[in-house]
Design a protein around this ligand. Sequence first.
Ligand code: FA5
Length: 348
Amino acid sequence: MITSLHELKTGIDTLRQEFESDSREAEEKREVYLGKNGKFKELTNALKTLIPESRRDAGRMLNQLKEWLNEQMPTSAQDAVRSTQFVDPTLPGLDLHTGHMHPISLAIEEITHIFEKIGFSRARYPEVDGDHYVFEALNMPPSHPARDEWETFFVDMPKDSKLGEIVLSTHTSNGQVREMERLGTPPIRMINIARCYRRQADVTHTPMFHQFEGLVVDKGINIQHLKGTIEYFAREFYGPTAKSRIRPFHFQFTEPSFEVDFSCTICDGKGILENGEKCRFCKSGWHEVGGAGMVHPNVLLAGGIDPEEYTGFAFGWGIERTYTLRPGLHIDDIRSFYNGDLSLLNQF
Ligand code: FA5
C-alpha cells in the first residue's frame, strides 16, 4: 500500500524500468501495463491511500506516467508501419475484379458509332414480326421457294390481318420496308441492329444472333456507294489495311445481289502465312460476313417509293461473325457468346 509521494515515485520509477526491459509485443504490453487490471491501475490506488493534500501531486505524476506509457505503445496501425516488415501505404490497392458490358453490347455501340459518322441513323424494329415485313414485302410472296433458306421459327398465335403469320424475325431486313414507310420520302440512311432467330446451331451458328442492316435510298445511289460503304466499315472496324470484296449471289430483295467478304486479319488476305504455311483460319484469304445488294424495285414499291426516281443499296451482316474475324480475338465457337464462357468474355 502506498502511503507517501516518495513511495509513489519509487513505484513509478520501478514500473518504467520494468516496462523498458519488457520484451513482449506491443498489444500484450498494453494489456499488462494499461489494461483494466494492469500495473498502472495498481499505482492509481495510491490516490485512495494517500493523504488528501498529496493527492493532487500524485494525480499529476500518474498522468505523466500514463502519457509516457501511451507514447511507448503505438496503436496497431502505427505499429504496422514501424514494424520490421515494411509496408508502403502509398502503393495502389488490390485490383478489384470488375465486369464489363457484354461483347455484343459493346459491338452494337461501336457499329452504331461507325455508321453515325457517315450520316446513318440507328433504327429499331420488332424482332417478333409479321410474315409481311420479314418475307412478303421483301419480294418473297407466299409459297416462294426462297423462303426455305430462312429456317424460321413461327409463333403459335392467330394470323394478323396486316402482318400475316407471326414469326421471330430471321434477319434485320424486316426493317427495310418499315423504315421506308416511316420516313415516306428518301433520303434514307438507316442502320438497324437487332436480334434475329433461325433454327440453326453449330460452331458458326446460334439460334439467336445479331445482325446489322444498312439501308440507303436516294436519287442516283449505285453500287459504288455500296462498295465504298463496305470498304469504310472494313477499315474502321478491322484496321487501315483491311480489304473487302463483293461476289455475285442471289437474294430475292436485292438485284444485283452480293456476298460480302473481308480480308483475313491473320494472313492479311493472302491465304498463306509468312512461314509459307496455308492459313488455317481462312484457307483462302477471305471471310464471308453477310449479304448486300441494290434494293429490288419491288421492295421500293412495297415501301411506297418510286423505283423510277430512287435507287438504294442494303447490306446485312452478322455481329458475332464480324467479331470472330477481329485481330487479337480467339473465338472458335460463336455459341460461347451466349453460354457465359469466361475465356471468351475476358478477351474484351
Ligand atoms: C441475310 O440475312 C440477308 N438479310 C442479308 C442482306 C441484307 C442481303 C440486305 C442483302 C441486302 P444471310 O442469311 O446470308 O443474309 O445472313 C447474313 C449473315 O448473318 C451471315 O453471313 C452470318 O454472318 C449471319 N448469320 C446468319 N445466320 C446466323 C446464325 N444462325 N448464327 C449466327 N450468325 C448468323
